[in-house]
Design a protein around this ligand. Structure first.
Ligand SMILES: [Zn+2]
Length: 98
């Protein structure tokens, strides 16, 4: 999905899921420029990937894994906190269809 901040800068965000070390894991990749390739991972540089592992005690929920992984990816990419808040607004409006 493509998210935008209030100034209209675009962020490409993808999610994928797999079993990692026996746990259901959500990966989120974020980068500023368009995808280098249509495959996943798309190979675009620079990009940051955050992940969230679901512990065996917790019920797996895609929405929860996506939020944790996206938060980590934005931190890794070094997006400042106020910008991250704008991107969250963009994410939530896409996910909730508002
Ligand atoms: Zn990409």
């Amino acid at each position: 999905m493509i998210l935008a901040d209030v100034e209209g800068a675009k962020y490409n965000v993808h999610f994928h899921y797999c079993i990692y070390d026996g746990k259901r894991t959500t990966f989120c990749t974020i980068h500023r420029f368009p995808c280098l390739a249509k495959m996943r991972p798309c190979g675009t540089i620079p990009a940051a990937t955050g992940h969230a592992e679901c512990s065996h005690r917790d019920e797996f929920r895609k929405s929860t894994g996506r939020k944790i992984a996206l938060a980590r990816a934005m931190k890794i990419l070094g997006i400042p906190r106020p910008k991250r808040a704008e991107i969250w607004t963009s994410y939530l409006s896409k996910v909730n269809g508002t």
